[in-house]
Design a protein around this ligand. Structure first.
Ligand SMILES: NC(=O)c1ccc[n+]([C@@H]2O[C@H](COP(=O)([O-])OP(=O)(O)OC[C@H]3O[C@@H](n4cnc5c(N)ncnc54)[C@H](OP(=O)(O)O)[C@@H]3O)[C@@H](O)[C@H]2O)c1
Length: 315
């Protein structure tokens, strides 16, 4: 079982040269080590906020739009931003699921949470999402893009329609969202975080669409990190397996194809990484909140793996 995360505040000790220890003030285990360690300097531990003691993500009253956030990684990201004080617009196609998510996020939120139904493959719905965020909260400070996952299966079982649909959902949604959000993001210290997959670093078996199409999002992210800078920072997170409906679906599809004898066997395989578990969605959500925060102000054009160390690449 994965513990319910996470507090907002940590106490940090600089010990010696590059060695940093992170000790949460509430004594609980937090899932924020990597990005915080990334901010360490050889001589002093210092954050862009200037704080040397407590960490405040400085998101209070900011406006965030998180797409595909009625479930899974999008919902966790919206929750982390809302918990840190941002006003958040969430989105999904199914109205009931969206309302359930809104209520769940509102429980931890200190700002407002607004639900806007919409299909990310529909250009008009994307415009509505942007308009809703601006109308409700007066602008857009943070855009977090997630989407549904493409179907799994080997290359020869994948037809042209599958390729075009995956491109429309995973790439064109991000293109349109970034284009529409850009003038609003430039008005403040805007940020974009694209949720993609570790498949951009290492091809995953039976996920040819994810392995191929998501590379475009990384090309876009790197481009925006230059073209929208210095006004807007753009980063990506690359999840490995996290405990969401998407993973349940993928494991069930693999069992149906005969790749595994049982759901448990499949899940064990997905959890095979140095940490010997799948991720808690909030572990990813907290990293998204961190990358959206001015505290991470010098991180731009980065792709952060959140996969328990399963990806073999050195970089
Ligand atoms: N979970 C993982 O372990 C993992 C690992 C690597 C990559 N990823 C990728 O990360 C993304 C999110 O995964 P997840 O685990 O959060 O999935 P999830 O739990 O299945 O949630 C998907 C969310 O996307 C929404 N959605 C799907 N299609 C949509 C559309 N056309 N328009 C608007 N909303 C849409 C769903 O709501 P509605 O269905 O109601 O629209 C739901 O809120 C996916 O691209 C997935 O492939 C996930």
């Amino acid at each position: 079982m994965i513990a319910e995360p996470v507090a907002t505040s940590v106490r940090l000790f600089h010990v010696d040269t590059e060695f940093v220890r992170v000790t949460p003030t509430d004594g609980r285990l937090h899932s924020i080590g990597l990005p915080y360690v990334l901010t360490a300097t050889p001589s002093f531990l210092r954050f862009s906020s200037g704080s040397t003691d407590e960490m405040d993500l400085q998101l209070t009253d900011n406006a965030a739009l998180v797409t595909a956030s009625s479930s899974g990684l999008g919902k966790a990201s919206a929750k982390a931003l809302a918990r840190e004080g941002a006003n958040v617009v969430i989105n999904g196609r199914d109205a009931d699921r969206l309302e359930d998510a809104r209520a769940e996020i509102e429980d931890v939120a200190t700002g407002e949470v607004v639900a806007q139904q919409g299909d990310l493959t529909n250009e008009d719905d994307i415009e509505t999402l942007i308009e809703t965020t601006v109308d409700e909260f007066g602008g857009i400070d943070h855009l977090v893009t997630s989407a549904g996952g493409p179907p799994s299966g080997p290359f020869l079982d994948t037809d042209d329609d599958d390729w075009y649909q995956a491109y429309d959902l995973l790439v064109m949604s991000v293109v349109r969202l970034a284009r529409e959000a850009e003038p609003h993001l430039r008005e403040g210290e805007g940020t974009i975080v694209n949720i993609t997959s570790r498949s951009v670093k290492e091809a995953i078996d039976s996920l040819v669409l994810s392995n191929s199409v998501r590379m475009s999002v990384i090309g876009l992210e790197k481009t925006l990190s230059k073209e929208f800078a210095p006004d807007v920072r753009t980063n990506a997170v690359l999840p490995g397996p996290h405990e969401t409906e998407r993973i349940e679906d993928l494991v069930n599809q693999a069992v149906d194809r005969g790749d595994y004898d049982s759901y448990e066997e499949g899940l064990d395989d997905w959890a095979s990484n140095p940490l010997e578990r799948v991720g808690d969605p909030m572990e990813l959500g907290n990293t998204v909140a961190f990358l959206s925060s001015p505290v991470s102000g010098y991180i731009n054009g980065e792709s952060v793996l959140i996969d328990g160390g399963s990806t073999g690449a050195n970089l």
